[in-house]
Design a protein around this ligand. Sequence first.
Ligand code: ADP
Ligand code: MG
Length: 700
Amino acid sequence: MPSVLDTPIEFLKGVGPQRGELLRKDLSIGTYGELLQHFPFRYVDRSVFHCVREINEELTQVQLRGVIGPLKMLGEKQGRRLAVQFTDATGSIELVWFKGIRWLQTSLKPGQEYVVFGKPTVFNGRFNLAHPELELAATWDQGLDVALQPVYSTTEKLTARGLTSRAIWKLQKALLPTVMGQLPETLSRELLDLVGGVGREEAFRQVHAPQDRTKLDAAVRRLKFEELFFIQLQLLKQKLLLQQSLRGNVFTQVGEHFNRFYHHHLPFELTGAQKRVVKEIRKDMGTGRQMNRLVQGDVGSGKTVVSLLSMLIALDNGFQAALMAPTEILAQQHFHSISRMLEGMPVVLRLLTGSTRTAERRSILTALQAGEVHIIVGTHALLEDRVQFQRLGLVVIDEQHRFGVAQRARLWAKSEIPPHVLVMTATPIPRTLAMTLYGDLDSSVIDELPPGRKPIRTVHRFDSARNAVFGFMEEEMAKGRQVYVVYPLIEESEKSDLKDLNDGFESMVRRFPLPKYAVSIVHGRMDQATKDYEMARFKKGETNILVATTVIEVGVDVPNASVMVIENAERFGLSQLHQLRGRVGRGAEQSFCILMTGEKLGNDARARIETMVRTNDGFEIAETDLRLRGPGDLMGTQQSGLPQLHIADLVEDSALLQQARQAAMRLLDTDPGLAEPRHAPIARALHEQLKGQAVWGRIS
Ligand code: ADP
Ligand code: MG
């Protein structure tokens, strides 16, 4: 049965074809249901009035009641504006508009009494109100029952066509009576009680036309809970489904490979956290269900060896394992460090990347299929169809947030029983995000660094202090240490960035000349061979300084490098800065991170730099990053698979999210099929939601 919510927006009174088109294009509101889900982003208390004489700098918003004078067009071009004198019993103030003038000219009625609302600003030594909201006092009085007025997001284009926040509010008020009686409850009695008892229709009514603050708060809470609850329910149901339907290879034994490596090859004692995580992984792989586990560990926490031990368990059970890294450099590095660790072990390890030569590639592919290669390390190249395994048992994905869900899925297709999957990420994900993004994965945290690490000392220096920084580099190099100097290169094609990098390189070479010093340079536009050569020289200690772009961001491991200089640090995101900093502090020496910036810093940039200087804790940094940037930017909304939230907020509503997840877990524990009558509203709503949706879950 078609729902009233699917009615095209044009049909709503006050919309029509033209506005309908605009709403659809600019706000993605194409139906009644989508309008209903266009929630206010704040509320204004309109019971408070001011008078013109009271206006001062402290007031961020004023509401006035008075009469408007004649309309005047002033200024030219950019400065062209519509001005109207507004007068109450105590004085007058100018109202101005730079946009939407045509519409105002036809709708404003000089001589009439209006209620205006806006932010006073000073212009030419006098207060005025730019782009105030306003309404005829007579109309306003009719709506007096609503003191809390919702404010809706809109766009300049819509505002110019009269679709202001206020106009959208009017549409909502026209819509509400139309849909009442047709918004079925989606929560069970039990959940309703849990979240404060506000029914669904009542919640929508209060959100768009609140009666008072208490009722509004309860309504918002209910709607947020509902939104978060159904996301969690879907994720957890997915997880349940995977566990039930996807058989996994059973790794029953820990055998020769694991034990021999553990007792004779491991160059250090595992940390407690590493031991715990290895145990969790072992347990997962023994259950007969496919493992889907996320391992989060700050940079340097030792994820590589954890993945290696897991792969050895696969080998012990007669399976092959694959390790996939996001870049060529990282894949190579993993390959080399694992080769070194496995020296003397009867394990065949190969590297497959985009630049593997044809002949070698052929031999690798044949050997893989014949089961003669035990562990393959590689990049995206591993995802290609022609890469076939004899018996793939475990896939480790390093630094996974760069691999999309769809890519994870392609690995599944490579064997009948899906391989176990271990996802490793060095960018700690704030809890709320992890729950939402990876709610279908189990998660482990390596929350301990290997012993003896000295916390990296981070400082902020302005460009003007460059000489002192050079002096410091010199001192450290005199002690035999190496230095990274990193430049931003957002798009590898940006010419000016590349020029900065090259200039930086040249000034380094001038300041630190041969034969005493040697400087390497690495960036993404170099050909692979040159890049490898330069990296290798730095790794071997043949060069003292590596000038590079963020190609060295993840994973690169040179323990003797103890100084990280980040140029134009204000241009980097927090997690990127943290990743870069993680390149030092890998040896026993005291390490340093120097953040260079210009004198002028925006608020966000300043906050990022201060956070870096204050803490080394990746989780704290991730939380701050989330707060500064919001979840979408943080994860890159497009690829991330973050669900679109209409009302809840992953930063503000983390407690509610927690509650929603627990409620969903409890529900699935007691009634996994949602078959009990008391859960019927939930089952119906879930069914509705899943209807039009591509189900990733089946393959991820
Ligand atoms: P990440 O978690 O950033 O990938 P790595 O696995 O590259 O970290 O490990 C960082 C460094 O710490 C490597 O040089 C590794 O050999 C070393 N390492 C790992 N675990 C331990 C440990 N338990 N004790 C001492 N050193 C360790
Ligand atoms: Mg790593």
